[in-house]
Design a protein around this ligand. Structure first.
Ligand code: GLC
Length: 534
């Protein structure tokens, strides 16, 4: 297995650092907190952590507004803490993936402060500045993802600047070579320090139409959608030139050997695949967000897996995501019972799984009263229920006050259910979500068929999906998942009956059961069968 890169065989765990573990008593998580919990991650079997941004930042978008790319925010600790975390992680064979935010900086970044100073500033062209139209309106109709126009008027210099997100997050001009070089140097800075790769923020936004043409209206827009969706962002995102930039990022990472570039890309499958680059010289893995959006129905899920597998370029390595810090948690979308099925799916499909912190104990979105809300996306459009705060609440470690996350009132409220939904309680419970996750992660780590073998769909209908995983010279596995709450049956074809034993089941009572003909599952049940060699 040694010739297979770690990012293919490892399970990635996303840490939202503000909410993972507070050690200095300010109610906000920190790097020392991650260090303190690294043994837990090792126990779980995690191979890599991706940490959401920890750079100096005014925190308008909770760190995705970077004011200095090569330092650590004092809220989270110091560079010495970071080096210590890297060391402790590496000693446990856990890789560390940084969050790289190349599309925009904070408006407090010295580059923007300088750029804003005067139209004649040597850094003016580092950002996207444009004159108003003759009637004083913005240069085009592009919108901000966080609501309203994407253009902000700068009265002193009498021009607009573009921001795809918050107005405190001005977009960099990636058509400027000095910007490219400065950002590539940021990557080198962290790679030199020893990080194992980057999750690249909004990769598909990085470069814009050179002519700044208006985006067309979206004929399918519905009132319930975010206002951003009123237009199709065909000129403000996913431009052909982006692939050249991604390829350069890849080259830099590859220059260090054994590092990874993961792209955040929300696009339909065919478009997404382009981010692997021609000849697989783009991102190692553009994130696959299919499961974040699909209705939880067996036929849709089965079809999406096949479409994704079928569309992958040769050599393109798949990956799967169930939740992240921008979307509702899996347990909130599909319910507790199906969240167990989702875990089994995530960890037995072909491709690198990313677990969002807390999903392994079945954490759910927490209702945050309006007066406690902090996410700018939610605050800018209060009537649309778009706040991302609910999925960012503090990790529930124990039944202690504030769930063992902090000794003081945390920055965001803790789920009131923490006294019964927490790591400590679940570690000692054979039936818990955490025990299920751990068994699945360990099996995946140990079994070649699961961590790099082939995927073959076997059967699916309105209720369940079944597939197998095989690798030469290793045990094969058959996975059957009931995506409904009613019992179901798989009648094996007599000509091709598989035999084996259930080794992991969402209802552990089924573990050890021999399978030799029809397979019956209760509602919300899933099983992993180790096949007996024919
Ligand atoms: C990405 C991040 C999100 C952030 C946005 C702007 O989508 O995941 O949290 O708000 O980029 O940086």
């Amino acid at each position: 297995m040694s010739n297979i890169p770690w990012w293919k065989t490892s399970v990635i765990y996303q840490i939202y650092p503000r909410s993972f573990q507070d050690t200095n008593g300010d109610g906000i998580g920190d790097l020392r907190g991650i260090i303190d919990r690294i043994d837990y991650l090792q126990w779980l079997g995690i191979g890599a952590i991706w940490i959401s941004p920890i750079y100096p930042s005014p925190m308008v978008d909770f760190g995705y507004d970077v004011a200095d790319y090569t330092d650590i925010n004092t809220i989270f600790g110091s560079m010495a803490d970071f080096d210590e975390l890297l060391l402790q992680a590496h000693q446990r064979n856990i890789k560390v993936i940084m969050d790289f935010v190349p599309n925009h900086t904070s408006d407090c970044h010295p580059w923007f402060v300088e750029s804003r100073r005067a139209t004649s500033s040597p850094k003016r062209d580092w950002y996207i500045w444009k004159d108003a139209k003759p009637d004083g309106s913005p240069p085009n109709n592009w919108r901000s993802v966080f609501g309203g126009s994407g253009w902000e008027w700068d009265a002193p210099t009498r021009q607009f600047y573009f921001h795809a997100f918050h107005k405190a997050q001005p977009d960099l001009n990636w058509r400027n070579n000095d910007v490219q070089e400065a950002m590539f140097n940021v990557m080198r800075f962290w790679l030199d320090r020893g990080v194992d790769g980057f999750r690249v923020d909004v990769m598909w936004h990085i470069i814009k139409d050179e002519l700044f043409r208006d985006n067309p209206p979206n004929p399918e827009y519905k009132e319930s959608q975010p206002p951003y969706d009123q237009l199709l962002p065909v000129y403000s995102t996913d431009q052909p030139e982006v692939h050249d930039i991604v390829a350069q990022m890849r080259q830099i990472a590859d220059g260090y050997g054994d590092r990874v570039i993961i792209g955040e890309v929300y696009l339909p499958i065919q478009k997404l695949m382009e981010y692997y680059g021609p000849n697989n010289e783009g991102a190692h893995m553009p994130f696959n967000f299919l499961m974040l959006r699909l209705p939880w129905h067996a036929p849709e899920i089965a079809a999406a897996i096949d479409q994704y597998e079928g569309a992958l370029p040769t050599e393109g390595w798949p990956n799967w995501v169930l939740s992240n810090h921008d979307n509702p948690r899996i347990a909130s979308r599909v319910g507790e019972a199906q969240a167990r099925i989702a875990a089994m799916l995530l960890l037995t499909l072909r491709g690198t799984p990313t677990i969002y912190y807390g999903d392994e104990i079945g954490m759910r979105d927490v209702a945050i009263p309006l007066e406690e809300q902090q996410d700018p996306q939610g605050l800018n459009m209060p009537e649309k229920n778009l706040s991302r705060d609910p999925c960012r609440t503090p990790m529930q470690w124990s039944a202690d006050e504030y769930a063992g996350f902090s000794k003081v009132q945390p920055w965001l409220r803790v789920d009131k259910k923490y006294p019964r939904i927490n790591v400590q309680q679940q570690q000692n419970d054979a039936y818990s979500m955490l025990t299920l996750y751990r068994k699945l992660v360990q099996l995946r780590n140990d079994e070649p068929a699961l961590n790099h073998g082939t995927y073959t769909p076997v059967y699916s209908n309105d209720q369940f999906i079944a597939y197998r995983r095989d690798a030469p010279g290793a045990d094969s596995f058959f996975i059957m998942l009931n995506l409904t709450s009613r019992p179901c049956r798989y009648s094996q074809p007599p000509s091709d009956t598989l035999k084996g034993q259930v080794i992991i089941a969402t209802a552990p009572e089924a573990e050890g059961m021999d399978i030799e003909k029809d397979i019956y599952l209760n509602g919300d049940e899933g099983i992993v069968i180790r096949l007996t060699a024919p």
